[in-house]
Every structure is written in C-alpha cells, then in structure tokens.
Design a protein around this ligand. Structure first.
Ligand SMILES: Cc1ncc(C[n+]2csc(CCOP(=O)(O)OP(=O)(O)O)c2C)c(N)n1
Length: 337
C-alpha cells in the first residue's frame, strides 16, 4: 500500500505565483484606475478639463496585471488605455489629477496636454501620440540597458489599430533580430476608433504578427488578470534572461467611446452586453469571493481607502497653482552641461 500523501493541486493564482495579498493589490490598482477615470470624466463633464478624456474602462486588467509583472529598474510605456500601468508602477493619483487640470503640480508641470505624462523615477515613460512609436523606443531602452549591463526589461502597449503602423513592424523586427528585452502587449479591444477589427486587418489573432517576426507570441483573455499576469511574467522573465522579446495579445473590449466626446453609437449593443458580463474587476471579485480570498469587509475597506485617496488627491491637485508663463520652455531642451 502506498503511503504517499495525496497531491494538493495549487489554486490557479498560486499556480501563476500570486499570493492572496497580490490578488488584493491587483483589485486595488484596477479599482483605483476605474475610480480615478470616473472622477476625471465628471471633471470633463463639468468643463474643468482641457482636451479629450480617454478611458480604459473594461481594460484595466490588461494594464495592471502586465505592469505588475515588472520590477524596479524596469520600464513601462503606457498608451491611452493604460493608466493602470502607471499606478501599478507607483505614480500617485494626485499628480495625475494635477496633470489633467493643467496645474504646475502635474508631471509635465502643466506644460503639456493631459495625456503626455510619465515619471522616470518609477520607470514610466510618457505616452507618445504617434501610435507605434513607443515600440522602437522601448526596443532602444532594452538595447541601452543591455549595453550598460543592466538586466532591465521594457514593456509597452499597442492597440489593434496601432499594429498597422510602420513603427510597430520596424520596432518589433528590430527587437526580434537583436533579441532585445521587450514585452509588447497588443490590446485587441474590438475597435480602432469607429473601425471594427475585421475591417482593418485580415487576421483573427494579432499573435500571428509576432510569429511573423520569429518571436514567442500568445493570445490570452485580457479581462482575466491571472492569465495576463502569467503570460507577462513569463515574457518578462524570459526577456531578462536574454531570451528576447515576446508579443502578448490580450482580447478585451473598449467599454466607452474612443474618448468621452464619442458616444460609441456604432458599437452593437449585444457586444457591449456580452463584455459587461466579463468585466475584469467583477471577474476578480468573483474569483476571490468564491474561494474566500476577499470578503465583503476587506473589499469595502479597499474601496473606502480609494475614495479617501481620490478626495485627498483631487484637493491637492486643485490647490496646485497654474504654471507661470515663463516656465513654458523648461524641459524642452536639455540643460547646458
Ligand atoms: C500613427 C498614428 N495614426 C493615427 C493616429 C490617430 N489615432 C489616435 S487613437 C486612434 C485609434 C487607435 O486605435 P487602436 O490602436 O485600436 O487603440 P484603441 O484606441 O482602440 O485603444 C487613431 C487612429 C495616431 N495617434 N497615430
């Protein structure tokens, strides 16, 4: 008779190396992102913001779980749907509010539009408006890191529409040939502005675009943070170990218009209803509550903390003065040596 103990299968989050504390953090960063964006939308409707307001509603899981796989010394270059990556890497909401309000306390000192903010102290690069341009940039960061003997990884994002740019193809090929430590997350969220995916590419899965350049590529459910984290961690570790770039395609959905001025009336109602059932925050709540890993009290403590954090952050940003005109050239050119 065998005396071997029965094998206990790890829970899915344990199998991908996440603790219960990690799950709470993933929930916190997704919820924080959604609450901040809701607040920014209200400010926009009140006419308090300049410029367009883009939302990552429904896609918070892709940015948060992928950035969660990075470590200090790594770099992330978010796009308009990736605010969660900035928070996950340590950017504080007060600077983001100040940025949106055009105040001197914003990360660009009130000298740029609401989107172009980054914080290199946390390895967060400002989004570049020209879609695809962050890919060669991140490939270059990987190359510079290697030349300096650093084991840093650069992770960036591109929407489905953005995979049709020259920079996407040139940057990815360059990274593939030089085996640079780049992780590229392709966010297939159904639409590029008002154009459905099937009307701008002849492929079903964007992972094929990575295969074409000879790099490991896979497609995961972008609204399942466990899947996004697992794929990202594998890719980040491989990049750090000299295994070259990876393309991760995440299937997700843009739950608002391209920006708040767009009512998305061209998006079929049944598609929205389908994805409403697959909300990334709700999926994580279901996963944790079904297993007794986050009870209602813990969840409301996190939620209350976020509400308080947002209130304080907004007050701080509101108290921050507008920039003075004379500062407009600051940061445009490097200071003379
Ligand atoms: C090179 C380039 N072409 C066009 C634009 C204008 N533009 C901004 S966002 C956008 C749609 C992008 O769609 P997608 O890449 O699918 O990302 P999503 O907005 O769905 O996240 C376009 C065409 C741009 N910023 N850069």
């Amino acid at each position: 008779m065998s005396t071997a103990e029965p094998q206990v299968q790890p829970a899915p989050h344990e199998a991908v190396g996440l603790s219960v504390d990690d799950l709470h953090k993933l929930y916190y960063f997704m919820r924080l992102t959604r609450s901040v964006e809701d607040c920014v939308r209200r400010l926009y409707l009140q006419g308090r913001l300049q410029g367009a307001v883009y939302s990552s509603r429904g896609q918070e899981g892709t940015a948060v779980a992928s950035a969660y796989a990075l470590r200090e010394g790594d770099y992330v270059a978010p796009l308009i749907r990736d605010l969660g990556a900035s928070f996950t890497r340590g950017v504080e909401p007060r600077y983001v509010f100040a940025q949106w309000l055009g105040r001197s306390g914003g990360l660009s000192g009130g000298r740029d539009g609401n989107l172009h903010f980054g914080d290199l102290t946390h390895g967060v690069l400002p989004p570049i408006s020209m879609l695809g341009a962050a890919i060669p940039l991140c490939a270059g960061i990987g190359l510079a890191g290697r030349q300096r003997g650093l084991k840093c990884v650069a992770l960036t994002y591109i929407g489905d529409g953005g995979t049709n740019t020259g920079d996407f193809h040139e940057g990815l090929n360059f990274a593939a040939v030089l085996r640079l430590p780049l992780v590229l997350i392709v966010e297939d969220n159904g639409f590029a502005y008002s154009t459905p995916v099937a009307q701008h590419v002849a492929i079903k899965n964007f992972a094929q675009r990575g295969v074409a350049y000879g790099i490991p590529s896979e497609t995961v459910d972008g609204n399942d943070v466990l899947q996004v984290y697992a794929a990202s961690k594998l890719a980040v570790d491989r990049a750090r170990d000299g295994g070259g770039p990876t393309l991760i395609e995440v299937k997700t959905f843009r739950m608002r218009g391209h920006a708040e001025h767009d009512d998305a009336s061209y998006v079929p109602r049944d598609l929205i209803e389908h994805w409403e059932q697959r909300d990334p925050i709700e999926l994580l709540v279901r996963y944790t509550s079904d297993r007794g890993l986050m009870d209602a009290t813990t969840q409301s403590e996190i939620d209350d903390g976020i509400n308080q954090e947002i209130e304080t952050a907004l007050e701080w940003a509101d108290d921050s003065p507008l920039p003075v005109g004379i500062s407009q050239g600051d940061g445009v050119y490097a200071s003379p040596m």
